[in-house]
Ligand binder design. Structure first.
Ligand code: IMP
Length: 514
């Protein structure tokens, strides 16, 4: 039975990817939509699996021989090293050498071949002082809610043209000179936070960075740490990956794995509450050194029919509104599991109290950050936002409107499903480009990518009766409840997306091709 199912999956993949040589998996929301499952799903088809953006702010749990590991940098395909897959960490990434060494060491311990790991010589380095600066900013009133992994400061250095790259590990002389200059360039900012705060933040990152008492602002200490502890383990993985990717295009099956989500894109997301890279398919292509036109198919992953966000920023459909956000910031998986959060003992998915319903969905969907363990904020699926992210990639050539809906089983017990079809702007007068926005009862059916507008948008919902049955054991479209198919049909029509696949659980076979 299991074998037959596997054969059906393989034949479905073959049908879907007929004529495709380069496939991109992206995230059409705020990250954490379950891309990892699908990168793994298509990794069997791929010869090359490549990441092109972000760094250790991402995180996916990988199961190796029954043991769970969280990987932040390595593409999801690296666990298939023994199958001869090549895994690329592209030029657009920011890499923390310590994290990279640790992840490679896990694979080696588990006897998984690491020969296929190719790290771009031009990928940017995240050094301990980037992590220090990221955290100092957050401690001093920054409200982005970053992951504290030094991502923003490392990308800033790149655009300031003072950053270090992987290739500097191969040339110790260059590394020493550049690291000294780089740290000098940040000294004034670090000093401006005052010694007391710097000491506290440094203490908190001691273990994360294995500083062993070293000061991240001491260039000699950092030089010794990186060149002695990490560089020797990494040099054999460094390649001109941009050149290789161009050579492989059209000849090998290439799977591109996006990080974070379109709504966190520095260019197209809910700025300034975004990450520091372009998470869209365009950023992904650029980050691995290929033209975006070379991508034959994009599959955008969409969590449904709820969505999540971690960190600060507007989230019009958030369950419980501001209270929901504050609750998520204050609580943890442990406090919610034991009701230490003090709201009620039982959180029910069908609760009419929004805050409680949000907590129940978070618990049912295990919506806690893989990197930071933070509670993810919960809200209903927002079609205005989905229309925005679909518009970023919907040229027919790239099939940008193809989506995969994930986590549908989480809402099995939900009596009413709400889908956001637009907003009513309820804020002060605000001008965006050539349009003046004032509070109005009129429906705004499209997202206006402006922080202020989004913060004052009240969602308008269409309600659907829930399917109230366990779909996690269903394996074909025929078995799916009509009520669920109706909602999928509605979402497809309004957001103009083409739902290709739905996911009804974390396992590979809990996947239905539509
Ligand atoms: P940074 O990328 O650490 O600078 O964080 C910037 C924003 O992006 C914060 O709101 C983070 O919570 C969010 N973010 C970064 N990486 C992820 C991710 O992998 N999933 C979800 N949110 C993320």
């Amino acid at each position: 039975m299991k074998r037959r199912r596997e054969e059906t999956v393989t034949s479905n993949i073959r049908k879907l990817l007929k004529g495709v040589k380069t496939l991109a998996i992206t995230d059409k929301q705020f990250g954490d939509t379950g891309k990892g499952k699908f990168v793994d799903f298509f990794a069997g088809w791929a010869d090359i699996i490549a990441r092109g953006t972000g760094g250790a702010n991402a995180g996916h749990t990988v199961d190796i021989k029954g043991k769970k590991h969280i990987f932040h940098l390595l593409p999801s395909g690296t666990i298939r090293g023994n199958e001869g897959k090549i895994n690329v960490l592209g030029t657009g990434m920011v890499l923390d050498p310590k994290v990279l060494c640790e992840e490679i060491a896990i694979l080696e311990q588990e006897k998984i071949c690491t020969d296929g790991i190719h790290v771009s010589h031009n990928a940017k380095l995240v050094l301990p002082h980037h992590i220090l600066i990221d955290r100092l900013r957050e401690h001093s009133g920054g409200n982005i809610g970053t992951t504290g992994r030094g991502i923003g400061p490392a990308y800033e250095d790149h655009y300031r043209r003072i950053g270090l790259v992987m290739n500097d590990l191969l040339n110790p002389g260059d590394f020493i000179e550049k690291v000294h200059k780089n740290i000098q360039a940040h000294r004034r900012e670090v000093e401006s936070y005052g010694r007391k705060l710097v000491k506290i933040v440094r203490g908190n990152m001691e273990t994360l960075c294995a500083l062993k008492g070293r000061d991240p602002m001491d260039s000699d200490g950092v030089r010794n740490l990186i060149l002695t502890d990490y560089a020797p383990q990494l040099t054999s993985f460094i390649y001109d990956t941009d050149g290789l990717m161009k050579k492989w295009l059209g000849k090998k099956n290439i799977l591109l794995e996006a990080a974070q989500g379109d709504l966190l894109s520095i260019d197209h997301g809910t700025y300034p509450f975004v990450t520091s890279s372009d998470c869209t398919v365009e950023g992904l292509a650029k980050g691995v050194g290929i033209p975006v036109d070379a991508i034959n198919m994009t599959l955008g992953v969409v969590k449904a029919f709820y969505m999540t966000r971690v960190g600060g920023g507007p989230f019009p459909t958030e369950l419980g509104g501001e209270t929901g956000e504050k609750w998520a910031r204050k609580n943890s998986k442990e406090s919610e599991a034991t009701s230490n959060g003090h709201v009620g003992v039982d959180y029910l998915i069908g609760d009419i109290e929004e805050l409680l319903q949000g907590i129940a969905i978070r618990m049912a969907g295990d919506e806690y950050g893989a990197t930071t363990k933070r509670c993810r904020r919960i809200g209903w699926l927002d079609l205005a936002l989905l229309k925005h992210t679909t518009s970023l990639t919907s040229s027919s050539k790239r099939n940008g409107s193809n989506v995969i809906l994930t986590k549908l089983d989480v809402l099995n017990d939900c009596e009413v499903i709400k889908i956001c079809i637009g907003y009513r702007y309820q804020g002060p007068t605000h001008v965006v480009a050539r349009k003046i926005f004032t509070a109005t009862p009129e429906l705004l059916a499209c997202t206006v990518m402006d922080e202020k507008i989004l913060s004052y948008c009240e969602p308008v919902y269409k309600e659907f009766p829930g399917w109230l049955s366990d779909i996690s054991k269903m394996r074909s479209r025929k078995e799916l409840p009509k009520k669920l198919l109706n909602i999928i049909h509605f979402v497809s029509k309004v957001a103009k997306v083409n739902v290709k696949i739905i996911s009804v659980g974390p396992e590979r076979d809990q996947t239905i091709f539509l």
